[in-house]
Write a protein that binds this ligand. Sequence first.
Ligand SMILES: Cc1ncc(C[n+]2csc(CCOP(=O)(O)OP(=O)(O)O)c2C)c(N)n1
Ligand SMILES: [Mg+2]
Length: 269
Amino acid sequence: MIFEEFNPMEDRMLRIIDNDGNVIRPDLFPDISDDTVAEAWKAMFFERVADEMAVSFQRQGRMFTYPPNKGQEAIHIAAGEVIRENDWLVPAFREVGVMLAKGVSMKEIFLYYNGNEQGSNFKNAPRVLPINVPIGTQLPHAVGIGYSIKYRKEPDVVFTYIGDGGTSEGDFSEALNFAGVWQVPVVFTIQNNQYAISVPVSTQTRSLNLAVKSIAFGIPGIKVDGNDFFAMYLAYQQASEHARTGKGPVLIEAVTYRCGAHTTSDDPT
Ligand SMILES: Cc1ncc(C[n+]2csc(CCOP(=O)(O)OP(=O)(O)O)c2C)c(N)n1
Ligand SMILES: [Mg+2]
């Protein structure tokens, strides 16, 4: 299990490929077919293009505020390859790729960012909650769904998302506490894109890293290179297996970088 080797107290980060794409941990390389890798690359590329289109539509005055996903695709598509049809997705607002993988359409996402309520009515994507902008409030919902899965003895897992800044919200701690106490099947991902609007992580928290926050709640946590598709795939495989087999929740810190503005309404300079 990677959770023992990458104890967040030691501030180690799971990486399988280096920045040039060389495999640096062949022993950890996930069991994944060439077809799946090709499919994942296409999905990342699709997300990137769709995302750039959304920013462009906003700049043309054809869409309202939009939070770009650029740079965070490996996290989303690794989750998309692992998440099952009956698993739940409880998103924040910067996970377009996972939503697409669950069957949400780009049309629905564009409708949402045009302020049309039909953009939260996912016709072909059951078990996906709407985009959630009030920071952190999605996590208690994810834990509640996890509780119901456990109560009904179903084999499903909840995938939920929050940003680095969101970890300072009370909802984060409340959700992780209940998840730990109840041992619910929830995989929490912190997308650490280094900033909360313009607040860097260094002024957000004095914590050694964000994965280490799991320890106080008695649940496994792991810091992963969020730009390394294979590392994220392995982390999601093992975390969802852990949750699905009744061993309780997992907290993944996915270290990435927000390449775009916080939203199209913000000035990244
Ligand atoms: C409760 C609440 N407070 C403030 C905001 C305004 N707000 C929107 S996004 C954001 C920062 C979020 O940063 P982070 O959690 O790191 O996620 P990221 O945007 O980087 O994906 C803030 C403060 C909000 N939406 N909800
Ligand atoms: Mg952030």
